[in-house]
Design a protein around this ligand. Structure first.
Ligand SMILES: [Zn+2]
Ligand SMILES: [Zn+2]
Length: 171
């Protein structure tokens, strides 16, 4: 029973973190203040790191603080901290790895849900600037045709991507 509760705590935290990440990405990182760090991620990167990586550091500090609180006060917090860490790992694999290829090998998903996640986040980057972007989540992505529809008529689509977001073509 205890094991089940702990597993549910980890999985529940991963699900909850998707909401936290979505809200942070949409309203903080794309907001006027948070954009100061996130802008670096929507521009061409020079060097291995970008200012936006500081957000990952912030989430890591939260996870470490939860692990510490778990060992000092309430053991179950350790499982919540594990969920936050697991979400960070999934975020790294999907976002930094699959989409932005920040690892030393190249793998682009060709089909299935991973392909949808990949395409949805590419469309997040199709817009120039912080406004009018779509798809802010990292483990849930809306259907790609819906995203393309939302982007239709958006004047800030990067010129080189305009034919790509046309609903008749595949990304
Ligand atoms: Zn963004
Ligand atoms: Zn990105």
């Amino acid at each position: 029973m205890n094991v089940l509760i702990n597993v549910l705590l980890v999985l529940g935290t991963v699900a909850l973190m998707e909401f936290v990440a979505y809200a942070t990405h949409r309203w903080v990182m794309h907001g006027p203040l948070g954009w100061r760090w996130h802008k670096s991620h929507h521009e061409e990167t020079h060097g291995p790191f970008e200012k936006n990586d500081l957000y990952a550091v912030c989430f890591a500090v939260v996870a470490i603080a939860l692990f510490a609180a778990g060992s000092l006060w309430w053991g179950r917090l350790t499982w919540i901290a594990t969920g936050v860490t697991l979400y960070g790992l999934i975020y790294f694999i999907v976002h930094d790895g699959l989409v932005h290829q920040r690892w030393p090998f190249r793998y682009v998903p060709r089909k299935g849900y991973l392909r949808r996640l990949y395409q949805a986040h590419r469309l997040h980057h199709a817009v120039e600037g912080r406004e009018g972007c779509v798809s802010f989540g990292f483990i849930y992505a809306p259907p790609v045709p819906d995203l393309k529809r939302q982007l239709q008529g958006n004047k800030s689509i990067r010129p080189e991507l305009r034919p790509e977001v046309s609903p008749r073509q595949d990304v």
